[in-house]
Design a protein around this ligand. Structure first.
Ligand SMILES: CC(C)(COP(=O)(O)OP(=O)(O)OC[C@H]1O[C@@H](n2cnc3c(N)ncnc32)[C@H](O)[C@@H]1OP(=O)(O)O)[C@@H](O)C(=O)NCCC(=O)NCCS
Length: 166
């Protein structure tokens, strides 16, 4: 539990289908998902996916943001998506969700990876401020004409991390 703008913020695992519906609403009504034509139904299917690790940020019993991470896969330690309710942006919720993800991922892997859409310059600035570096560009990845920018934050090489030296 952390304090932001006099509000208590709790981050925990998503707990019900009703919470998945609220996350789907936040996602489908916001960029970058609007550009990708990610409808409410598609977003709901995404948040109902039991193979994803899904977390919600709660304030006064309300969901104000979400975080989806993958600890396995091609780029292990991958933040699939993060979103904050429009009314709650700029208050530190996103930063706390990122800190939460990093605490989980850096406990077991030395890199955190994520992708940000080429047109999502605000989110890119947000990630840069948190220490993420651009690794490359995935052209026409989700939708023709748009790129996904792959970003990484690293605390050590993989071999040093395995050796426990960092
Ligand atoms: C990107 C997003 C998650 C950031 O969450 P947030 O709660 O608004 O961000 P925070 O209030 O935690 O800001 C953290 C820091 O990033 C900075 N920041 C946030 N938005 C920024 C922006 N648009 N431009 C520059 N810096 C920004 C803040 O100034 C703050 O810096 P500080 O700690 O020095 O004060 C949120 O705006 C969002 O949900 N956007 C729409 C969905 C999205 O784009 N998700 C990413 C998909 S890849």
């Amino acid at each position: 539990m952390v304090e932001i703008h006099s509000n208590r913020l709790e981050i925990r695992k998503i707990a019900s289908d009703a919470e998945a519906k609220i996350c789907a609403e936040i996602m489908s009504s916001s960029e970058p998902w609007i550009t990708y034509r990610f409808t409410y139904e598609m977003a709901l299917e995404y948040f109902m996916n039991k193979t994803f690790e899904i977390y919600v940020a709660m304030s006064s019993g309300k969901i104000v943001g979400f975080l989806v991470i993958e600890k396995e896969g091609t780029f292990t330690g991958y933040i699939k998506s993060i979103g904050v309710h429009t009314a709650w942006r700029g208050k530190g919720v996103g930063k706390h969700l990122m800190q939460y993800a990093e605490d989980k991922i850096f406990a077991v892997k030395p890199n955190v990876f994520l992708c940000v859409s080429s047109f999502n310059t605000e989110a890119k600035m947000f990630y840069e401020k948190l220490g993420y570096e651009t690794i490359g560009e995935l052209k026409d990845f989700l939708l023709k004409g748009y790129s996904e920018i792959l970003m990484r934050k690293s605390i050590s090489s993989i071999l040093e991390f395995r050796g426990g030296k960092k």
